[in-house]
Design a protein around this ligand. Structure first.
Ligand SMILES: *Cc1c(COP(=O)(O)O)cnc(C)c1O
Length: 451
């Protein structure tokens, strides 16, 4: 423990740094030292090991980021630019620091940042009206959150309260729904779950894209008196490796849910807000869920924000006591301003359509770059700008990602595994930037194939 005087001086120094549009070489060195030491001593040294494993150079050379470089990229503290093909796992759908989102948040910040918590805050009402209009079917009432996992928590609680006599919730293997204890029960990866057993009770997992298995499981649950109250799915599994289901799967799941009186919860945290070529991925399949979860790109790449939207019938379990499920910061005025601006931009710039067009352009380009290297990279797939490169093994994926990063393109693995690498750029990525990505992939594959 240092004296308050020393702590105060340190905070002053950091505040000055934040205020500077440009920093000099001496400051760059200080930022690198403080960041790497800080991660080792106070954040978690495991992150340094991870960064070392995904970069060719030393940590000082490329591990510390500093600023955006434009809508589709960022800069490290040394000034090197990167094309962002990770897109923050899907938070930058409208690009980095879109001027319209930035303006909405700044304007709101200049008036009021957080609300009284007791009176009625106007932007919440306006955003929810927009959400009811933009989402398909009868989805109408929303609960606003700060993150994806919170959106899933709210959905699980809604399902529990609505289907009191049906305790089972079915999720899919390879699913990712977040890491707080409730949503983790839906998440499927053993590595993330094992240390925290027992999970929330009542969860079962069935293979994704297997209707017959889902039917048999729902039937068995009914026979033993543990009826299925909800089925929780991503329309396309993102984290699990960009798994696109067959066309009949989601409509079939909808039918089974109706037959068994189970709610269909679609987790569109990653697939929503235009990512796959429609505003919401379920629109590709003509399927409307009873509950939909949003987050990631919902905050326009500027604010953390999420939402859980349900039909009036389902949401009405919270009418009598609106305090049954609450959050202090969820739906704060800054987040609402950001989400409203994000939807405005998605419509104005026709970004869902752009995701379809650029998605086709990129799938073609990536496949071409992979030509002749099928022994390393046998599959390139995706829908819209949610794409994946599947390598023969984890090692090859890691090596290719390293070389791409070294050449200014950020991509990353899925589920801490690099056999499947995701390509998920801002929907605003240009053809020129995409061409550069193809070039870099092709270069990286050449490098890795000669060893
Ligand atoms: C990222 C993700 C989540 C969790 O979101 P957080 O904001 O990280 O809690 C949940 N579901 C899906 C489909 C996701 O991709």
């Amino acid at each position: 423990m240092n004296s308050y005087e020393d702590i105060y001086k340190y905070t002053e120094k950091v505040l000055e740094l934040i205020a500077k549009p440009v920093i000099n070489q001496k400051e760059v060195e200080w930022v690198k030292k403080e960041t790497i030491n800080g991660f080792r001593e106070y954040v978690n040294p495991g992150f340094l090991e991870y960064r070392k494993s995904v970069t060719l150079g030393d940590l000082e050379a490329s591990a510390v980021e500093w600023s955006d470089s434009g809508p589709n990229g960022f800069r490290d503290v040394n000034g090197k630019e990167y094309i962002d093909c990770l897109g923050g796992f899907g938070i930058y759908n409208v690009g980095h620091r879109h001027p319209k989102v930035l303006k909405a948040v700044t304007d709101q910040l200049n008036r009021q940042a957080l609300h009284s918590q007791d009176l009625l805050d106007p932007l919440r009402a306006m955003l929810m009206r927009i959400l009811a209009d933009i989402t398909p079917g009868e989805l109408k009432y929303s609960f606003l959150t700060n993150s994806g996992t919170e959106s899933v928590e709210a959905a699980i609680k809604l399902a529990r309260a609505y289907n009191r006599t049906k305790p089972t919730i079915i999720a899919a293997t390879k699913a990712f729904h977040g890491k707080s204890l409730g949503s983790l029960a839906g998440t499927a990866k053993g590595v993330f779950r094992r240390p925290f057993m027992p999970m929330l009770s009542g969860f079962r997992h069935v293979p994704f894209d297997d209707l017959d298995m889902l039917y048999k499981t729902m039937q068995s649950c009914q026979m033993v008196g543990e009826d299925v109250g909800a089925v929780l799915l991503e329309p396309i599994q993102g984290e699990g490796g960009v798994n696109v289901p067959s066309d009949g799967y989601l409509p079939g799941v909808r039918e089974l849910c109706d037959e068994f009186g189970a709610l269909l919860i679609l987790d569109e945290v990653q697939t929503g807000m235009g990512r796959t070529g429609k505003m919401f991925c379920c629109e590709h399949y003509g399927v409307v869920p009873d509950v939909m979860c949003l987050a990631k790109a919902f905050g326009g790449g500027i604010m953390p924000a999420g939402a859980t939207i349900a039909t009036e019938k389902v949401f009405s379990v919270l009418f009598e006591n609106p305090f049954l499920h609450t959050t202090t910061f969820g739906g704060n005025p800054l987040a609402c301003a950001a989400a409203i601006a994000a939807i405005n931009v998605l419509i104005e710039e026709k970004l869902p359509e752009r995701a379809t067009i650029m998605g086709e352009y990129m799938l073609t380009g990536l496949r071409k770059a992979a030509e002749g290297h099928e022994n390393l990279l046998p599959d390139v797939r995706g829908k819209g700008l949610l794409m994946a490169l599947e390598f023969v093994d984890n090692n090859i994926g890691f090596e290719v990602a390293k070389h791409m990063f070294d050449n200014g393109v950020l991509v990353t693995g899925t589920l801490i595994n690099a056999q499947v690498i995701r390509v998920e750029p801002p929907l605003t990525i240009t053809e020129k930037e995409a061409d550069r990505v193809f070039e870099v992939l092709s270069y990286a594959l050449d490098k890795v194939s000669v060893g």
